[in-house]
Design a protein around this ligand. Structure first.
Ligand SMILES: Nc1nc2c(ncn2[C@@H]2O[C@H](COP(=O)(O)OP(=O)(O)OP(=O)(O)O)[C@@H](O)[C@H]2O)c(=O)[nH]1
Ligand SMILES: [K+]
Ligand SMILES: [Mg+2]
Length: 375
């Protein structure tokens, strides 16, 4: 039996099994198994390499950040790319108009953002339908996924798409489960938790762990984890690249053909924008939100006694430190830094003298003071 078939069988069994005290353990095991088969599937796809089997489209990553447009067919992905960038991707009424990856560039606050228009995916994409695996594999390389949805479409479209991404190892807008795992050579399975565990029992945890041939380890739960969270942590232990935690924003297109009530409900969801490509409605708001969701920061440099260079800023991701900034300027720079002066949001006073570990914020200005070296 193929892995896809096994996955389908378990999904069916899960949907048939009623949730109660007596079935809890069984459901936990099924969820664990499901997560394992999905991981195997992703692995198989990764190993099988080229073609429609799951390698990503070959478009070189370029610019300061990459955004992937992911959605069902004919929701308006290409229409959106054409409006945001100077690229031209074919638009038509029929499904699967786009058959490959079409890149374009959007310049925003001095940052060059690569936007990828992709073929539409359908339910079952992760199991090999259409170009789905290739699309999702490409989405994995993005810094932000923009899920393009139809404002008048199926009420579960977002849920279905999210499930396809999940199957391929992509977790959107979620943190890595807060579970510590330390594999050891003796001592059995030791379980500790800082919060009550309502979804896992010690037997279930041991069963799931033993399935991976781990017999000695220390587990420390910092959250009320589900079986699939534990599987994620075990999979990450063996293959750090098997799970990707990505940012995602949702955009509902075609609001020109929905009612005000529907629109109002959609617009209030988290990480969500509503637009119409056809009537060019609300695009400015969408772009503003896109910038926020990307989490980019700009840093300007200055030399002593001179004005900051506000033309050629550096673009980094939120959380970047002075060290990251120095590295971007020159790979040897951090080793000759004496200290750095910072003006702006991250500074307690202007300027503040900081070290390499200082975290920068949007629109900071920095001046690097070098150590005097022998040469
Ligand atoms: N009413 C309305 N139609 C739109 C809007 N945006 C796009 N369309 C139409 O929707 C159809 C599909 O648009 P595309 O941009 O080709 O959609 P896509 O998601 O790229 O489609 P595939 O590449 O086939 O997956 C076209 O007929 C567009 O003219 C919109 O805001 N409102
Ligand atoms: K289309
Ligand atoms: Mg298209």
């Amino acid at each position: 039996m193929s892995i896809t078939q096994k996955i389908k069988d378990i999904e069916n069994e899960l949907s048939r099994t009623q949730k109660n005290k007596r079935t809890e353990y069984h459901i936990g095991l099924l969820k664990g198994k499901l997560a394992r088969y999905r991981a195997q599937l992703v692995d198989q796809i990764a190993k099988s390499g080229g073609g429609a089997s799951g390698a990503s489209f070959e478009v070189a990553k370029s610019g300061d950040a990459r955004v992937a447009l992911v959605g069902f067919p004919s929701v308006g992905k290409s229409s959106l790319l054409n409006l945001l960038t100077d690229s031209e991707s074919a638009i038509a009424q029929y499904e699967f108009t786009t058959l490959t990856c079409v890149p374009g560039f959007l310049t925003l606050h001095g940052a060059r953002i690569q936007i990828l228009d992709l073929p539409g995916i359908i339910r079952g994409a992760s199991a090999g339908k259409g170009r789905g695996r290739q699309v999702i594999a490409t989405a994995r390389s993005a810094d932000l996924i923009v899920m393009v949805l139809d404002a008048g479409g199926h009420p579960k479209q977002k849920e279905y798409l999210t499930a396809e991404l999940e199957t391929m190892g992509i977790r959107v807008n979620r943190q890595k489960p807060n579970i510590g795992l330390r594999v050891k050579t003796s001592g059995g399975v030791q379980i500790n938790s800082t919060v009550p565990l309502t979804q896992l029992t010690p037997e279930l945890i041991k069963h799931l762990i033993h399935d991976y041939k781990i017999f000695h380890c220390e587990l420390l739960f910092h959250e009320d984890a589900a079986p699939e969270d534990l599987i994620d942590i075990i999979e990450l232990h063996f293959r750090p690249s098997s799970r990707q935690y990505l940012r995602c924003m949702y955009v509902y297109n075609k609001i020109d053909i929905t009612s005000m009530e529907e629109l109002n409900e959609l617009a209030h969801q988290e990480h969500t924008a509503v637009i119409s490509c056809e009537l060019k409605l609300n695009l400015d708001n969408f772009v503003r939100q896109l910038w926020n969701e990307l989490g980019l920061v700009r840093v300007y440099t200055k030399t002593r006694g001179a004005d900051p260079d506000f033309v050629e800023g550096l673009v980094m991701f939120q959380g970047a430190t002075v060290n990251d900034v120095c590295l971007q300027i020159h790979r040897n720079l951090p080793s000759i830094v004496k200290h750095v002066l910072v003006w702006g949001r991250s500074a307690k006073y202007n300027p503040q003298q900081v070290g390499l570990t200082h975290q920068i914020e949007d629109e900071d200005v920095i001046e690097v003071v070098k150590r005097i070296t022998a040469d």
